[in-house]
Design a protein around this ligand. Structure first.
Ligand code: IZC
Ligand code: ZN
Length: 422
């Protein structure tokens, strides 16, 4: 068999295979498929063979054009998938650290017109090209740390024009950058100041003007709502998400992060693809998400950064059969981190997930959370060749060694896009 690219002698080739139809749940989440002394072959943008170097290498036709990567002593993983980011925004919010460090809560800063609303002011003032440029810079950082596909939300425009501008920036970044982006419309991220005291009117605007325009321009696959006390109620979230579903969007929801409102139950009722955060999810919410197989996208980097006193009940969700994925939540306020490698450590230490569970939750299960599990998320013949070679002897080393970027070579769509110098 002819190959364009071969990775050979991998100390551990972690395939995350066998779950392209349904996410891994319960004990399966902790099962990871590791080939020792692994080899992987790529033709064009697809994986064509995976196995042990001794068995598979002899079946491969290596020509002078074949790119051969020797992964002796290294771990090879599917490209990481980040299923929850607020990638496109202008400015930053380090000026809020004084308040934050004095203990002023996140929702109080927002209620005072700061927080998300401060990023909204900066994003409205930015041009499309400025948003593209900052987004490309963040995309570079993510790719360099091993993320090859990410979801990206709008939500800092909050006018029809500025939400469209943001979604166009996401489309543009997706076209210009190797990182693949899956776009989500989050027009209901906050009630903008011009609608203060009239949230229902803003909800009408989202439903009657923004959603149809985003749908007509085909700018988003998912619709999301920030369902939270003082932001959007369960009833308002239901109205928006129902309308979005009728217009063909798949659904996500920021649910039960700070105040337990019942966002998880709403996600189950509407058969959302995912409910995200879930620090204060109820037992009934867990039961209903497991029953409907709504993915829980957990964002422990945010819990860490907000200094919340407890994390999402990951162990309980896993035991009860909720499919779990992990993401960064990269955004300028509650989690200005876009490295999934750091999330690996936080997820092990504070969600008490094992390294194997964490890797499945950032590869195949994360691909399910954005509707891409047929194409990405595991190393199997037929899947897209999105691969990371880590400078690590075992996969457990990844969460253990936090703070350094261990991603050494990144292959995206069959192309060696980072680490090809030698
Ligand atoms: O900019 O604070 N939680 N949305 C919901 C965010 C955090 C992003 C932000
Ligand atoms: Zn978020």
């Amino acid at each position: 068999m002819k190959a364009d690219l071969i990775i050979k002698n991998a100390k551990q080739l972690v395939t995350s295979q066998g779950a392209s139809r349904k996410p891994k749940i319960k004990e399966e989440l902790g099962q990871i498929e590791v080939i020792t002394d692994g080899v992987l072959a790529v033709v064009g943008d697809s994986i064509v063979a995976v196995g042990t170097t001794s068995e598979v290498l002899q079946q491969l036709d290596i020509t002078p054009e074949t790119k051969v990567i020797d992964a002796t002593g290294k771990v090879v993983l599917p490209g990481l998938v980040d299923p929850h980011t607020h990638l496109v925004f202008a400015g930053s919010r380090e000026n809020e650290w004084d308040l934050k460090l004095k203990g002023v809560p996140y929702l109080d800063i927002l209620a005072q017109g700061g927080g998300i609303l401060s990023t909204v002011r900066a994003t409205r003032a930015a041009s499309l090209e400025e948003l593209v440029q900052t987004g490309l810079k963040y995309a570079d950082q993510m790719l360099a740390q091993g993320t090859t596909t990410a979801e990206a939300k709008s939500g800092y425009g909050l006018t029809t024009e500025d939400e469209i501008k943001t979604l166009e920036a996401i489309r543009e970044i997706n076209q210009r950058h190797p990182l693949d982006l899956v776009p989500t419309f989050l027009g209901a991220h906050a009630v903008p100041l011009e609608y203060k005291g009239e949230p229902e009117k803003f909800v009408d605007l989202v439903i009657e003007e923004m959603l149809p325009e985003v749908a007509a321009k085909n700018l988003a696959e998912f619709c999301d709502v920030f369902c939270e006390q003082g932001v959007f109620s369960v009833e308002q979230s239901r109205r928006i998400l129902k309308a979005a579903k009728e217009q063909g969007f798949k659904l996500k929801i920021h649910a039960d992060e700070i105040v337990p409102l019942g966002g998880a139950e709403l996600a189950a009722e509407l058969e959302a693809v995912s409910a995200d955060h879930l620090l204060v999810i109820s037992d009934e919410g867990i039961r209903q998400m497991a029953e409907k197989q709504v993915m829980a996208v957990l964002l422990p980097g945010t819990t860490f950064y907000l200094r919340e006193d407890h994390y999402a009940p990951a162990r309980k969700m896993i035991e009860q059969g909720v499919p779990v994925a992990l993401a960064t939540d990269f955004n300028p306020g509650s989690c200005p981190n876009n490295s999934l490698q750091i999330i690996m450590t936080i997820a092990c230490l504070y969600l008490k997930m094992t390294p194997a569970e964490v890797i499945n939750a950032m590869t195949i299960n994360a691909a399910h959370a954005i509707g891409r599990a047929k194409e990405i998320g595991s190393l199997e013949p037929g899947k897209k060749a999105d691969i990371v070679v880590f400078d690590a002897p075992t996969y457990q080393y990844l969460p253990y060694r936090f703070g350094s970027n261990l991603a050494e070579k990144i292959i995206k769509n069959g192309q060696l896009v980072i680490g090809g110098e030698d």
